[in-house]
Each structure stands twice: as structure tokens, then as C-alpha cells.
Design a protein around this ligand. Sequence first.
Ligand SMILES: C[S@@+](CC[C@H](N)C(=O)[O-])C[C@H]1O[C@@H](n2cnc3c(N)ncnc32)[C@H](O)[C@@H]1O
Length: 289
Amino acid sequence: MKALRDGEMPILQGLSDADFARFGALIQDQTGIRLTPSKRAHMEGKLKKRAASLGLANVADYCRMLFERGGLSGELDALIHLATTNKTDFFREKAHFDLLDKTLLPALLNARPRGGTPRIKVWSAAASNGAEAYSAAMVLAEAAKGGAPFEFAVLGTDVSCEMVAEANRAIYPATMIAPVPDAMKMRYFLQQRGAGNLAHVRIVPELRRHVRFQQLNLIAEKLSVDRDVDVIFLRNVLIYFDPPTQKAVVRRLAGHLRPYGVLILGHTEAAIGNGMGFEQIGTGVFRVV
Ligand SMILES: C[S@@+](CC[C@H](N)C(=O)[O-])C[C@H]1O[C@@H](n2cnc3c(N)ncnc32)[C@H](O)[C@@H]1O
């Protein structure tokens, strides 16, 4: 690097401490996600790509555009998406889907009053690209084929508009459906043509019509979601929040369950549900009475 002469200021191109702090405060305020120092390099990489895609020379220019030239509101959705971690899988933490199939669903149907066709509602509350919501829908669709008839609806929500759009497209690299049982692969996925070199598959329309996605921020005071949901998957998202936010989100979501509805937390965040007055019925699985 060229040595600076007396009185010369360095030209900052990367993410300064001040701008990282500004991002941290903004993202935590908007989403609850804490941008810890360990995430700084990763975040800087993402910001660099975003800056380049907007034709800006570097991250420092991007920060000036956001924080000094009034560009923030137009970039907010993109920034929120950049701050999220969207890792997911079909049938991730499979024990929860087995529990839904073998234990929760029979109990929920059994508890419904006789007469009429029961409707089961499932909510995937940090849905990412939709793999969790479609996995639940496949389990319900399989169960609905045999036994007493029931209807079902799955709602998937995520703070990232980009992930909601991806979930709605329902197109996945073929390699991603490796964890899906073979019979379900045959029934619920179609080969997708024209999506680049990589083989892709798409969820069949018959399953898609049971599943709906919308943008929703879990830290909002009021959530536009029904209050008679049977099962909520709230998995692998609380880890990004601070402890008071974790509890507040769990409490708020529990308020959207019907009596005896079930809240499912990811294995690594299972303990967050303890001491909240719920009945624990499995690892990270709580019945809200
Ligand atoms: C690691 S993924 C988990 C996906 C899925 N639940 C699973 O377990 O495979 C976390 C998701 O939570 C979303 N998320 C983060 N903060 C959120 C918030 N405040 N409101 C709603 N979704 C949020 C992210 O956009 C991301 O898609």
C-alpha cells in the first residue's frame, strides 16, 4: 500500500467500524438479528457484492449512498435479506416431521368435534425458501390420502422478501431433495426444464395449492396470522435474537395457537421454551395449554 504523506487522509473502501455499527443497529432494530463481530467479514463480502451489482466502486461508497445520501429506504429489503442466514433443508431435523405424522396429527384430528371435515393449519414461521413448509405439507398430504378425510393449509412466512419469492416459485436444485423419501419425490416433484445447467425440480401444483407464503417480521407487535393454528414450526431463527427477543417472539407466536396447539423449536434453541408454562412433549416441542 502507498505510504500516506502528511495531512493525507486514507481512502476508505471497506466497511468501517462506524458503518458496521450502523448496520448492526439498523438490522437489530428492523429484524431482531444481532450482527456479532464474527459476522463482520461475511457481511462485508455480501455488501461488496451488493455495491458492485448497483455499479458502485466499493462498500464505502455504498455506505455513503445509504447513510449520507438518503438511499436507505430503497435498499432496506435488500439489506435485511443480506443480514439473514437462509440455510434450510427438506425434512431438516426429521424427528419433528415424524412426530407430526405419527403423534401430533392423530391427536389433533382426534380432538376435533365430530361432524364436518376438520381443517389443520400449520405455520412455518421462518420459512426461508419454503423447504420446511413443503415438507410439512407433504406429511399432511400423505396422511390425508388414507384414513379419515381432513383438509389442511400451510402458511410460510419470512422477513426476507427474496426468500418469500423463492418459496413461492417452489423450484429447487434436484440435489436438494435428497432427504425427501422416494415415494414423496415421485408424487410431489416435477422435473423442471429450462432452469440452467443444474437439474431442477418443482413442487407439483396439487401440493402448492395448500401452501401460501407471505412476508412477515417476527418481531412486529402484531402479526397478521390466524389465531387457531394447530402447529407452528419456529426453528433455527431464535438463535439470531437476544434472549428477551427470543422469549417475546415465542410468547407472541404461542398466542396464535389454538388451545393444545404445538410449538416446535429447533434442536439448538429447544431450551428457550422452558419455563414459559408450556407442556414439553418432545425435544423442542411444546404443547401450549
Ligand atoms: C436458518 S433459516 C431457518 C429456516 C427453517 N426454519 C429451517 O429450520 O430450516 C432462518 C430464517 O429466518 C428468517 N428470519 C430472520 N429474522 C426474522 C424475523 N425477524 N422475522 C421473520 N423471519 C426471520 C431468515 O430470513 C431465514 O430465512
